[in-house]
Design a protein around this ligand. Structure first.
Ligand code: WT7
Length: 636
């Protein structure tokens, strides 16, 4: 994981933006605006917030009286939908395209802001008629189709919170999340298309519902049309409901408090139990729109494509909310990047005239493998900016993205952030001189530093822990149902200083450029997806033949990391190739295919500390054939 980006590229290699890029940039002088934003962050955010629509202005920008439970724009009344839809309807943007969607089989749907508003309002009315109340959490489990976006927006409109569970997760993972959120309503689809196959989402949802007594209503969108089991009084087809008089297109947007819950989104941490991070209407509306506008220099003429699934924070912030608040036209695609051929994405860019594209290093590396001939068959000249997110981008992939996709003229915005941060934290702006592999500088109002074990800033070039000084509007407010865990995970280490612990290691070079290296806790990034070693381990231990297990991350050329597991079998069970495969499958069905380990190794014992903690770094060193390091805490 700890690849040394600096040595690979040389910290002096700079890619300067072209004159054209600088000429049209929304922000021309990063240093100046940054200095102002740090000198008085509250004034900076207040100025930005004035560009949004508020029902009632706030009385206080930041309330830190109960830190780390910070409150932003206290007393303000707002709804993200009022900003993402309602206000556009009063302008020429009413007839601008909000969504251009393409299904994997090639079907296309487009929606103007006017049309999107109608769909959202109708579904909001449906939810209301199902008794959905302000503050209630609706779980959404869907493929990448427009109804996923509509369902999210409809919840927000009536003041309900959404909890989107990624469509690649298993029934087990879905049930745990429904249970934690105590959802009464589930919105799903019969299935979706992925690599030419149909995913059977409704069957998975049914299995989850069987284990989740809280679900009273399940609304299913018909996408694939294959046979699914529907239960009387519980199951409703989306299209049936949307054709009833209850689906009124007249639905008021609920007036919300700045700090009212907008959504929870589950992510992995150091324990097996995923945490539901809470984001609120006020701060999140401001933070996603400001970052999207400045980092991606968004203009009305742009065609914006965020290739992430809305099931993850990138999809929430930069597929759904940021772009809609900024009145952009977004492109959304349902399926796999290489289906039916590895030119599918480049075909999309050409066909829709996409101007800004935002994706992950894994996707770039995956497509790079197929060679230059696939993108070269397409006219990609409409592109003016590129983005990367989810994991460090290796300089080789960076350069391919820059040269072959961007034609050497599109700056790459390598954005570092997290589910917890709501939006970009460390990122270039289009005017920033770039270094391949570095997320460069902090965003406005953000101070990022790297510290050692004693919380002292390290020297330039030295590795340490990445820390954010102080609060920002887009930050998660807490962990749903577990405020203590919120404090202990992020704020306890630097309690007296009020700093946020990111959980990543990083270096800052002599030019002040930040190089994020990777996670230092028990979180693994596989293909940019976030998984906990504890989740994988508890999935393994739930198998009747497994006594104990340890999971580690091993560097992988395309995926960034792959999962390797070490397993102690129960007495009288012997390891075999078949059992390895069975365990891989088991983890896949417990969590989801993304969690399937690449390698299973059967062992007699696991290295542990005297207090009984598994020493994963020892396993990793062994697996990679590197130095084990200090073993003084090893049991024997
Ligand atoms: C972790 C957060 C942010 C949306 C998607 C991921 C890693 C994210 C970068 C980047 C290096 C990155 C970090 C972070 N990460 N972006 N540009 N360079 N590392 O959100 O699933 O909450 O994961 O992703 O390790 O802590 P997430």
């Amino acid at each position: 994981m700890a690849q040394s980006n600096i040595e690979e590229t040389g910290i002096k290699t700079l890619y300067h933006p072209s004159k054209e890029v600088v000429k049209q940039a929304n922000i021309k002088d990063y240093e100046k605006v940054y200095a102002e934003s740090i000198a008085d962050p509250e004034a900076f955010w207040a100025k930005e917030a004035k560009q949004l629509k508020w029902y009632k202005k706030w009385s206080k920008v930041l309330d830190d009286s109960e830190e780390p439970f910070y409150k932003w724009f206290v007393g303000g009344k707002i709804n993200i939908i009022h900003n993402a839809i309602d206000r556009h309807l009063l302008t020429w943007r009413r007839n601008k395209l909000a969504i251009i969607w393409e299904g994997e089989p090639g079907d296309v749907r487009t929606m103007s802001y006017h049309a999107l508003n109608r769909e959202v309002s109708k579904f909001a009315s449906v939810l209301k008629s199902m008794g959905v109340k302000k503050g209630e959490i609706v779980t959404i489990y869907m493929p990448q189709i427009p109804e996923l976006v509509i369902a999210m927006l409809a919840c927000a409109k009536i003041g309900a919170a959404h909890s989107v569970v990624y469509g690649g997760f298993s029934h087990e993972a879905l049930a745990t999340r429904i249970e934690d959120a105590q959802s009464r309503v589930l919105v799903t689809a019969d299935g979706g298309y992925r690599r030419g196959k149909i995913t059977d989402l409704k069957s998975i949802a049914n299995e989850a519902i069987n284990r989740s007594p809280t679900i009273e209503v399940c609304i299913t969108v018909k996408r694939t049309g294959h046979e699914v089991h529907m239960e009387n009084d519980r199951d409703f087809w989306y299209h049936d409901l949307m054709n009833l008089p209850i689906a009124s297109p007249n639905c008021e947007t609920e007036v919300m408090d700045s700090e009212d819950l907008l959504f929870i989104l589950y992510t992995s941490g150091t324990t097996g139990k995923p945490k539901g991070l809470m984001h609120t209407h006020g701060g999140y509306t401001l933070y996603t729109s400001a970052t999207h506008k400045y980092v991606f220099d968004i203009k009305d003429e742009d065609r914006w494509w965020c290739a992430a699934d809305p099931g993850w924070i990138t999809g929430h912030s930069y597929l759904v909310y940021g772009p809609l608040i900024n009145g952009s036209t977004m492109v959304m695609y349902e399926g796999a990047p290489n289906h039916p051929y590895p030119n599918r994405w480049w075909q999309m860019v050409e066909k829709y005239g996409i101007t800004i594209m935002y994706t992950s290093p894994t996707a770039i590396r995956g497509l790079m493998r197929f060679g230059d001939q696939w993108p070269k068959r397409h006219d990609l000249s409409t592109l003016r900016l590129l983005g990367s997110v989810g994991e460090p981008i290796n300089p080789e992939a960076w350069r391919w993205y820059y040269e072959v996709i961007g034609g050497g003229k599109c700056p790459i915005m390598d954005t570092w952030w997290q589910t917890e941060t709501g939006g970009h934290m460390i990122t270039p702006l289009p005017v920033t001189a770039l270094k391949p592999g570095s997320a460069t500088k902090p965003f406005f109002g953000i101070e990022a530093i790297v510290v050692n074990e004693n919380a002292e800033e390290v020297k330039p070039g030295e590795e340490g822990k990445l820390v954010i000084k102080g609060p920002w509007p887009g930050m998660a407010r807490s962990i749903y149902g577990d405020p203590d865990r919120y404090v202990s995970t992020y704020w306890e280490d630097y309690k007296d200083k009020g700093w946020y612990k990111a959980g990543d290691s990083a270096r800052i070079d002599e030019d002040g450029y930040i190089w994020v290296i990777g996670r230092i806790d028990d979180v693994i990034k596989v293909s940019g997806y976030r998984l906990g070693t504890a989740e994988v381990e508890s999935a393994l231990v739930s198998h009747p033949k497994v006594a104990e297990a340890a999971a580690i991350a091993i560097p992988h050329e395309v995926k960034g990391n792959s999962i390797q597991v070490f397993v102690i079998l129960k007495a009288n069970v012997t390891g075999s190739k078949e059992l390895e495969e069975e365990l891989r499958e088991h983890v896949g069905s417990e969590i989801g295919p993304i969690a399937r380990p690449d390698k299973v190794t059967f062992v007699e014992s696991l290295p542990k500390t005297r207090s009984g903690k598994i020493m994963r770094r020892v396993l990793k060193a062994k697996a990679m054939g590197t130095e084990v390091g200090d073993l003084s805490t090893l049991e024997e």
